[in-house]
Design a protein around this ligand. Sequence first.
Ligand code: KIV
Ligand code: ZN
Length: 512
Amino acid sequence: MSDRVIIFDTTLRDGEQSPGASMNAAEKMRLATQLEKLGVDVLEAGFPASSEGDLNAVSLIAGKLQKTEVAALARTSKNDIDRAWQAISHAVKPRIHTFIATSDLHLEYKLKMTREQVVEAAVEAVKYAKSFTDNVEFSAEDGSRSDRDFLCRVFEAAIAAGATTVNLPDTVGYAVPEEFADFVRYVIDHTPNIQKAVLSVHCHNDLGLATANTIAAIKAGARQAEVTINGIGERAGNTSLEEVVMALRTRSNFLAAGTGIQTEYIHPTSRLVSMITGIMVQPNKAIVGANAFAHEAGIHQDGVLKNPMTYEIMKPETIGLSANKLVLGKHSGRHALRSHLKDIGYDLSNEELDLVFGKFKELADKKKQIVDEDLEVIVTEGILRTTDIFKLEYLHVTAGTTVLPMASVKLTINGRSVQSADYGNGPIDAVYNTIAKLTGTDSELLRFSISALTGGTDAQGEVTVRLRENGLIALGKGADPDIITAGALAYINGLNRLEYLKANPIKEAADL
Ligand code: KIV
Ligand code: ZN
């Protein structure tokens, strides 16, 4: 058996199903490019039948990636498979990923189908997908709660119909490692043609066991892991890419399997996902949390200084965290900026660099030292938000102990300038009232949080908001040395995401 584990990244599909984590097409493209650089083998770009916007984004990604396989998700219906193929037919390496549930629970209550009908649907779907491409993956949704013999029967039939990968998902995060490893061994032993396909696993993290289950499955013989950056995904999320990759690398003595991931891009990719989705990584998150390599206790610090191996099982540089952060300032030139951006994972075109350099100079006039976190904000705000409907042009706020807070705001809406002023309970309330009036939106602010990007009183304030309008939820993010401006940018970013969701409604299952 090969010791190479295929990394199948589904940040753009299952990851995007995290509440509020919608991404627009430009953001998806940027992330896809970064994931290719990271070295993922397969990138699941989306679920084309779910919306026009998703189909277009998948199609753009399929046209861009050269080395990475681009997968599109489809249920077993011909329409879903047609939409998936429409989106990826021009990819250098396309893959159709079709799925149907196999647990009795799903069969009885969701699908209202018999086991025979499910086998037939799986076979028909794989054969139909196979008429477009040789590269077809079949997933048995809720596989971990399915009858083992039935699951093996479905896999056998799917492989006989042409599936080149069969995937065993723990859809609801119910499995525990020993049991899941045993399931994988059972599948290998009881699916007669299993050697003709790659066996994959796809775990959710409802019990906090997604990585443990994935590693146990790999140890038992699975050779594809479906993962997301930072573990984002439906409910408690999916298995996190960085945890699986670094566990395989750090414990290669025990696990005897590896990946093709360029680990030095793990940290920049994790930051990019946080910046784009607005979902921050918890500080104590393994591998990519802010505290993952921070030693607080004196006894640990002493040990690490004497020999890092005493308390560090991985070197921070391995995941792209450099100990000596290069600090840039107002006299730094284009060349230094370009080369530093490249080091932290952003390989920009000349036009993109022009834009970022201008913003960098603006910020350097306000803030003495520009560090990586500042650059990440400039890149994501400067490049990824160029297609936004609403843009902030101007903001003036009066607030204090003796005045009624008032904001005067100028925006462009689809390139047209509008301005207005309004009052509020505090400066943020005044700004948000004015912006809501100008944009004609009526969203509810569910969450507002503010933090400093770095230490120091000149640090940029980073605001994250969560907005709800007509049942749609979006996160928004903004950063600026002025926290009121950061709040306005976050709100506008959230409104732009809501507009994107309104324009790209996800179709209900019944519509498809
Ligand atoms: O969790 C799941 O079962 C899925 C399938 C579509 C693979 O995401
Ligand atoms: Zn899933």
